[in-house]
Design a protein around this ligand. Structure first.
Ligand code: HEM
Length: 446
């Protein structure tokens, strides 16, 4: 490929001064990541980047090279204990990248037989989710969230809807009691808000630990119990990290899938409020504005040449799903109608194991919102919308919308969650201190 002699950083890019690695964080990156990807492509299939202050990585931006890395588990491993910069003390212990990159005994951070075992427990437990039950759960939770703002005629569809729905659905799927569910909600939200992330992670681990202990004593019809019953016989420590991974990775990606698809539906006339076009808007989102943008951390097993680059064993490699999806190599596949070619769900042995339920949750959430509020529209100029800074994922800060106020949505006649009748349920929770999950359980039983 052509190698321009002097790539020009996008306006405002600190690489103008740094002359070295391109920082993938901060307001300039968040405002126009595609300008950065265009610039990074000038380096060739991979480029030198800084993903958070002080954390350097080689970013794969080219589709063919990305696929090669994701599928070559002999040369590239996921176990972060191979990360050279971390092992050699170059990563600050309070780096914001660590919660997403450091090793844990969960499928995302393991290789070979250990990975197969941990992943099998996830895929087979997630496969037990009943689609109809999941749709009903999403609809119920969506109705609850809409009931909090439907008479106002306006709402922030990120803060009041997209950000809350996935975690409430997970609380139900994983069989959380009111008290545990409130802390799971607080923990996962706090982890990704980046404010006091350490405390949030502590709260999440404590709550998940209690959930695992509860389900060992008293199994239910939920993902936590299915994981525990799986023949791979996960230890309590593995359960803690697997469940926390599912909740964390799933919620953040789903918030952005719902938010980015809603953004597209509300800002692009092509989709203008026709319910039938939700699938199309979601596919276009997965191609052009994927929820996970630069992730899939891998480490070369040995010093090697890869895509015109010399790599050293233990280098942090990240895949830019966002750049690979929008690069020139993929345009032809996309025009030929291949909707499956994009990398928004990853690829290879670590590709997302929850693609089907994730998509179902996101489509049902959007469908129900548009059914309940058929004339919903953006209430601010599109140019005023801002995106959260950060290299790993892409999501809006807010999505202010207006609509004709409607009457409260009817509640389901009976309480269908087993969690609502579990110990520590909403009945016992003090309303003044109750979290969103408790409020939902109370709403169900009113
Ligand atoms: C129900 C919601 C979800 C759950 C529970 C979930 C869970 C997971 C898990 C456990 C992995 C690691 C698999 C492994 O290492 O073998 C994973 C990988 C991945 N997921 Fe999901 N996910 C969800 C939704 C999403 C969504 C909405 C997206 C974006 C469209 C997404 C994109 C990815 C990607 C790109 C990877 C590969 C990451 C890597 O290679 O390191 N996921 N997911």
């Amino acid at each position: 490929m052509d190698q321009p002699t002097a790539p020009v950083p996008p306006p405002g890019c600190p690489a103008h001064q740094a002359g070295g690695r391109v920082p993938l964080y901060g307001p300039e990156f968040a405002a126009d990541p595609q300008a950065y990807y265009t610039y990074l492509r000038h380096y060739g299939p991979t480029a030198p980047v800084e993903i958070t202050p002080g954390v350097e990585a080689t970013l794969v931006t080219d589709y063919a090279a990305a696929l090669q890395l994701l599928q070559d588990s002999g040369s590239f491993r996921k176990d972060a204990r191979r990360w050279r910069d971390l092992n050699e003390g170059r990563i600050s212990p309070d780096s914001a990248a660590l919660p997403l990159l450091s090793y844990r005994p969960a499928c995302m951070f393991t290789d070979g037989a250990e990975h197969l075992r941990l992943r099998q427990s996830v895929t087979e437990s997630m496969a037990r989710i009943d689609q109809l039950r999941l749709s009903k759960s999403v609809e119920r939770i969506s109705d609850f969230l809409i009931s909090q703002f439907n008479e106002r005629g306006s709402a922030d569809l990120i803060g009041s809807y997209a950000k809350q729905l996935p975690l409430l659905v997970f609380n139900e799927l994983f069989g959380c009691t009111a008290d545990i569910g409130d802390r799971v909600f607080f923990g996962v939200s706090g982890m990704f808000d980046g404010v006091n992330a350490d405390r949030a992670i502590g709260v999440l681990f404590q709550a998940v630990g209690e959930l695992v202990a509860l389900k060992r004593r008293k199994p239910g019809d939920d993902v936590t119990s299915w994981l525990l019953q799986h023949h791979t016989a996960l230890t309590d420590e593995e359960m803690l990290h697997q469940v926390s991974l599912l909740l964390g990775a799933g919620a953040e990606a789903l918030v952005n899938l719902i938010g980015n698809t809603l953004h597209r539906l509300l800002t692009d006339d092509r989709y203008a409020h026709e319910g039938g076009l939700i699938d199309e808007a979601m596919d276009d989102t997965l191609w052009e504005n994927p929820p996970m943008t630069n992730y899939a951390a891998h480490y070369p097993v040995s010093d090697m040449a890869f895509a015109d680059q010399k790599l050293i064993a233990g280098d942090l490699m990240l895949v830019s799903f966002a750049a690979a999806n929008t690069g020139p190599a993929l345009s032809a596949a996309r025009e030929a109608g291949s909707n499956r070619a994009h990398l928004a769900w990853g690829a290879g042995p670590h590709a997302c194991p929850s693609k089907e339920p994730a998509r179902q949750i996101a489509v049902s959430a959007i469908e129900n919102l548009l059914n309940r509020l058929p004339d919903v529209e953006l209430s601010v100029p599109e140019e005023s919308l801002t995106w959260r800074p950060g290299a790993f994922s892409r999501g809006l800060v807010t999505l202010p919308a207006r609509f004709t106020p409607v009457k409260p949505v009817g509640r389901p006649r009976q309480n269908t969650t087993q969690a609502a009748s579990a110990p520590g349920s909403a009945g016992a929770a003090r309303q003044d201190q109750a979290g969103v999950w408790s409020k939902f359980l109370t709403w169900l039983t009113k």
